[in-house]
Design a protein around this ligand. Structure first.
Ligand code: MN
Length: 136
């Protein structure tokens, strides 16, 4: 057992991979062979990830606010507290807040053998984002 006291500063999500202000707190970063990475992701209104995929998929649990998530080729879908999203390995997608609400989610993914847990692509366009904004 290892107890990690809270000394980690909240990370500001990098602008190369996120649009708008997004904050990340690490929940867990396990050593091999588990390779599980968990984080609390706080999206400010209008913020979102770029398009990306996870080599071993991702599980998301929504804890606050109203979020948006879209898999490539599918509709932009709204998620609310208590909703769970299971993202398949390699499935291209983005997630974020609506333009009107903060949105918090707990996200878990397992890195591959090279230690990569996310493969980043291009930013979500305003047209793509606004296709799903309900304003609620
Ligand atoms: Mn993801």
């Amino acid at each position: 057992m290892q107890i990690t006291k809270n000394g980690l500063a909240t990370m500001v999500a990098p602008g190369d991979w996120f649009a708008g202000d997004v904050y990340i707190d690490v929940v867990s970063r396990s050593a091999t062979p588990a390779r599980v990475l968990g984080g609390v992701i706080r999206f400010t209104p209008g913020s979102r990830t770029a398009w990306h995929s996870h080599p071993n998929g991702q599980n998301v649990f929504v804890t606050e606010g109203v979020g948006l998530i879209q898999r490539e080729g599918g509709p932009v879908e709204e998620v609310r507290p208590g909703d769970r999203v299971s993202i398949e390995p390699g499935e291209n997608h983005w997630h974020g807040a609506t333009s009107a609400c903060f949105h918090t989610q707990i996200a878990y993914q397992v890195a591959d053998e090279a230690g990569i847990d996310t493969i980043w692509g291009r930013h979500v366009t305003e047209e793509e984002y606004s296709a799903g904004v309900s304003g609620s």
